[in-house]
Write a protein that binds this ligand. Structure first.
Ligand code: BGC
Length: 374
């Protein structure tokens, strides 16, 4: 870890030095179309944090949270003085690869990447590394690349753990006789976060499955069996359709662990169309608007709120540290090994949102307006 941070500081200094050199060698030629550039570079020499061009690569516009992440990042980086190249990749890995390549050739000084598939960015990241462009892994850890200098995310294990604990409390699993029927939906297998969401929840729930208090009628418990490609609402919906048809014609489904809101929405759509029993407890994550509406309507029990404004704030601090050649604040230097070593990480704290506190957490905090969620 120490080596990585040292390397990072060296990179930050090198990039500061590049600015100084560029400013010195370009000269100032009024009449020359490059003169604006020279002035910019001279400014960069004086204030290193808050100057330069930052590439922000987000996975998709299809899910609400990434739109918010992208907008928050752009606004906060611009407010801090940076130029921003923000791109969304429609959940298509090749698109993301070529967007990152363009960011590199377009002169970005730092890359902030919310990856689609944590293992598929090897080639552009190798180029970034060769060109001394630091990379901040955003929300999802990019695997098997030594180009990653920092990781900014939420405490992903805690997200899963909170979902599991919510279920234990709501069903009063330590006292109630049970058994209760549970089904499980997690996310895309290429997203490293899934290991933490699923792992955190299952560490809480597995003992109750083992002692028969929770019964998974479909038999689908392993991560691979309960994964949802692309975190797709439609795929979660059709898997739930099949599970209901085969297992719940004459049984109640008591609880569905959904790792996030897009999968929860698919489950809720399926239940609405195919299920007459008592509505189950359903977990989620992100507080997406349709899910908060469902929370208010009694169709989703909880979601885990991840305030993307806070994540953007922390990421901008990392960019500032990189640009000024100093060390960024991290609070977890042991949990996230991307295959090349531990990545120094900052984990923001997630919060459980239910009907009881959504007003305070989401409306009063200015995250949404009342009309967004009703
Ligand atoms: C994020 C979740 C999100 C999911 C689907 C995960 O990597 O951490 O907040 O719900 O991707 O986009």
């Amino acid at each position: 870890m120490k080596n990585r941070v040292k390397k990072l500081i060296a990179v930050g200094m090198a990039s500061a030095m590049t600015f100084s050199l560029a400013a010195c060698t370009s000269g100032s030629d009024a009449g020359n179309s490059d003169s604006g550039k020279t002035e910019n570079q001279a400014e960069k020499k004086q204030t290193k944090a808050g100057t330069g061009r930052i590439g922000v690569a987000m996975p998709t516009k299809d899910l609400q949270r990434w739109n918010q992440d992208g907008e928050n990042m752009k606004k906060q980086l611009e407010d801090a003085g940076y130029e921003v190249d923000l791109q969304f990749a429609s959940n298509n890995v090749e698109t993301q690869v070529s967007q990152i390549e363009n960011m590199i050739s377009g002169g970005c000084d730092v890359l902030v990447i919310g990856s689609i598939d944590g293992d598929s960015l090897g080639t552009p990241l190798k180029t970034a590394e060769e060109e001394g462009i630091p990379v901040v892994s955003y929300d999802r850890l990019i695997m098997n690349s030594s180009a990653i200098t920092y990781y900014a995310t939420f405490d992903n294990y805690l997200v899963g753990q909170k979902q599991g604990e919510y279920i234990v409390d709501e069903l009063d699993l330590d006292n109630a006789a049970g058994p209760f029927n549970l089904e499980i939906f997690t996310g895309d297998p290429g997203d490293n976060n899934v290991n933490f969401f699923y792992g955190g929840a299952m560490d809480v729930l597995q003992p109750y499955i083992d002692d028969g208090k929770l019964v998974v009628q479909s038999g689908q418990v392993q991560k691979e069996e309960v994964a949802t490609a692309d975190w797709s609402t439609e795929k979660a919906q059709s898997r739930m359709d099949a599970i209901l048809a085969s297992n719940y014609a004459d049984k109640n489904l008591d609880v569905v662990l959904c790792s996030n809101d897009s999968t929860a929405l698919g489950v809720e759509n399926s239940l609405e169309a195919n299920y007459d029993g008592e509505w189950p407890i359903i977990t989620g994550q992100d507080c997406d608007k349709p899910n908060v509406k469902n929370l208010v309507a009694g169709k989703q029990s909880m979601s885990v709120f991840k305030d993307t404004r806070k994540l953007a704030e922390q990421t901008v601090k990392m960019v500032d540290a990189i640009m000024s050649g100093s060390e960024a604040e991290t609070n977890d230097d042991e949990s996230y090994d991307n295959g090349t070593g531990i990545i120094p990480s900052y984990l923001c704290e997630p919060t459980v949102v239910t009907l009881d506190n959504y007003q305070k957490m989401l409306i009063d905090s200015g995250y949404y307006t009342e009309s967004d969620v009703k």
